[in-house]
Design a protein around this ligand. Structure first.
Ligand code: PLP
Length: 411
């Protein structure tokens, strides 16, 4: 086999479809945010960040940074091994206790990322529970899909947020088989919530377990930022909650929270937990501090939602198509990979506005978009500049305004 030809042909194909990814180098000095430095070789220039998942700026919060540095200086940088072999510190266990409390669960388990937590937990359940039937929302995150697929468990994909379809699939499945419904509380690329109450009802009716990805809602919704399951008072009806330390908490790492026996089971059987080095103690310490701060940060939560609402109003005023939700995520629809890239490039090159294009496989083909994320640190003048820039780019590229393009909203 000509390996080199294979790789190059595949990459060329990707480029022709407009699906090749280009990374921009963005350094975010603490003092400047939401302004940041774009590095281009020897050159450096100011840009404004409009696509960060560090939703509440916890990665730069002075107390979080101090806690991280303090622990780093005391303990050193690495954790020393897997959790089983010298990689469990008091920082890890304290963080797990804190995460369990966030979700009103008995216990929690940290992974290297939420991706690994999803993939490895679902793989383990799908592989080990005989005849497990998994029901998965069609827009579930890649990490959920990978875990389910790799497990080779029988998987039924229900249409996005369509509880009638879910029930139809549940009804038509062997009632004696164990079942697991896998979904997200807030879909990250739409900002649309799932019908969590109804799904939980169906789970009870058909005796299914529930697995909920709360990656984009933890820190931002519910009392003390405990997430949407707590906000909707169904946390006790969800068997496993997945979350990340990397978005509203601004660090890195992921976790699941559940009852003692599920956590003990996953801890004992999930390869993605067992066979990898644990997160650095300094990161665990920083994450614990971020959780404390976020739990008291109602003002930050109010501000991010106010900012998102202002952006939606301004987008409305210039008739730019977006998915209308009341979440903190704003998806501006372009529905073409080449144009999507073009908009993103013109925004940063002509206006210093950094918003990466989102295309397949992150979203389905034909539903390309800019996913705009705002933080409490974005001021009114930042928002107005971003909107003005987007308006100009939209006109420069003669893109269709609202009501003249297909808008993908299912609920
Ligand atoms: C819905 C969802 N789940 C899981 C993840 C993985 O999170 P992490 O970055 O911690 O691996 C992401 C990442 O963006 C996500 O959007």
């Amino acid at each position: 086999m000509d390996y080199s030809k294979f790789f190059n042909t595949e990459l060329e194909k990707l480029k022709k479809e407009g699906l090749y990814r280009n990374f921009r180098e963005i350094d975010r000095p603490i003092k400047k945010f939401p302004k940041a430095d774009e590095i281009q070789g020897e050159e450096e220039r100011d840009v404004e960040v409009w696509c960060s998942n560090d939703y509440l700026n916890m990665s730069q919060h002075p107390e979080v940074v101090n806690e991280t540095v303090k622990t780093l200086l005391e303990i050193g940088s690495g954790s020393g091994g897997t959790r089983n072999i010298s990689g469990t510190s008091s920082y890890h266990t304290a963080l797990e206790r804190k995460l369990a409390a966030v979700h009103n669960k008995e216990n929690a388990l940290i992974f290297a990322s939420a991706y690994t937590a999803n993939q490895s937990t679902l793989w383990t359940l799908g592989k080990k529970i005989k005849n497990l039937e998994i029901f998965s929302d069609e827009l579930n995150h890649a990490s959920l899909i990978q875990g389910i697929k790799n497990s080779s468990a029988n998987c039924h994909i229900f249409q996005h947020n369509d509880v009638d379809h879910l029930e139809q699939l549940l009804r038509n499945t062997d009632q004696d088989h164990p079942k697991l419904i896998v979904f997200e509380s807030l879909y990250s690329m739409e900002g649309i919530r799932s019908p969590i109450l109804k799904i939980v009802e169906l789970a009870k009716k058909y005796n299914a377990m529930t697995y909920l990805d709360e990656v984009h809602s933890v820190g931002l919704y519910g009392d003390k930022g405990k997430g949407i399951a707590v906000e909707m008072k169904v946390d006790q009806k969800i068997d496993i909650i997945n979350g990340t330390l990397a978005k509203a908490y601004g660090q890195m790492g992921g976790y699941i929270a559940a009852n003692n026996e599920i956590i003990d089971y996953i801890r004992s059987f999930a390869p993605g937990f067992i066979f990898t080095t644990s997160i650095c103690p300094s990161i665990a310490a920083g994450a614990s501090k971020a959780i404390d701060i976020v739990s008291l940060a109602d003002q930050l939560r109010i501000k991010i939602h106010e900012n998102a609402s202002t952006i939606r109003q301004l987008l409305e005023s210039i008739a730019i198509p977006y998915i209308d939700t009341n979440s903190h995520i704003i998806s501006v629809l372009i529905n073409d990979p080449f144009l999507c890239k073009k908009v993103s490039e013109k925004l940063i090159d002509d206006h210093g506005i950094y918003a990466q294009p989102i295309f397949y496989p992150t979203v389905p083909k034909g539903l390309e978009r800019l996913r705009i994320t705002v933080t409490p640190k974005h001021r009114k003048d930042h928002i107005e500049k971003m909107i003005k820039s987007l308006d100009k780019v939209w006109s420069d590229l003669s893109l269709p305004r609202k009501n003249s393009t297909k808008i993908y909203i299912k609920n």
